[in-house]
Design a protein around this ligand. Structure first.
Ligand code: ZN
Ligand code: ZN
Length: 245
């Protein structure tokens, strides 16, 4: 099985050893539970779509932003080539760039969309943003399942814990894997930057509070997989992020 490249960033210390563990082929078949995080960069807004899967191939898809036919094929090919069994469709928030592939995933894999209840209004606005960007959106109109702070997404013995992180969007959530020390953080915190708050229902004060009281409470070596750009580490952002120091 080929190694899964999960990024180009050079990590140091314990975060680095965690990353190496995730990439280590010698652990295949061992009893150590290990999630793989695979990143795709999709759509004209360069959004990060994530697959997170365990050794039993159970998989969650987060923020499917696949837009073109080619992007959908790349995603589907990866899923079928790795024999992944898609279990959950999750959105950190419902801005256009994060929802472009929701309906496609729903129809192809029969998954129901999970969001925070406060993102329902944002999802309804997505077609309007699509028109502004000159994109066409076949919006998800299937049933919704709602997630709140503290809810757990289970993949076998692995868990993703829901953190409520509003500010960039009113019902923004992040998915924290405590065992493996990473968080799928959407558009809250980026490497050297933070999420914008000038969109409808955004709030700068709320965003800063989410970062300081939720993400910055995680261990310093927690890897942050953001909605755009490279991943980063909580400790590095505490030290170097110009918006937060
Ligand atoms: Zn966003
Ligand atoms: Zn985004």
């Amino acid at each position: 099985m080929p190694l899964v490249l999960i990024g180009k960033i050079h990590l140091q210390g314990s975060a680095r050893s965690k990353l190496n563990l995730a990439l280590c082929p010698y652990l295949a078949g061992s009893k150590i539970s290990m999630l793989t995080v695979k990143t795709f960069i999709f759509n004209p807004l360069n959004e990060n779509t994530y697959l997170v899967f365990n050794e039993d191939k159970e998989c969650v898809i987060l923020d499917p932003g696949c837009y073109s036919k080619d992007e959908r094929k790349i995603l589907q090919d990866y899923i079928s080539e790795h024999g992944l069994i898609l279990k959950y469709l999750l959105n950190t928030h419902c801005h256009l760039d994060h929802v472009l592939g929701n309906k496609f995933i729903h129809e192809a894999y029969g998954l129901i969309l999970h969001i925070h209840p406060k993102e329902q209004a944002v999802l309804q606005y997505a077609p309007l943003f699509a028109a502004n960007w000159g994109l066409t959106l076949d919006n998800y109109e299937g049933p919704l399942l709602f997630l709140e702070e503290g809810d757990i997404i289970k993949l076998g013995s692995d868990e993703l814990e829901v953190l409520f992180t509003p500010g960039h969007a009113p019902g923004h959530i992040a998915f924290y894997c405590r065992q493996q020390g990473f968080v799928i953080a959407g558009d809250v915190l980026f490497k050297g930057s933070i999420g914008r708050t000038d969109l409808p229902m955004g709030s700068f004060e709320t965003l800063i509070s989410s970062i300081k009281n939720k993400l910055f409470k995680l261990p310093d070596d927690t890897i942050v997989y953001p909605g755009h750009g490279e991943y980063t580490i909580i400790g590095q952002e505490k030290l170097h992020n110009p918006y937060l120091i």
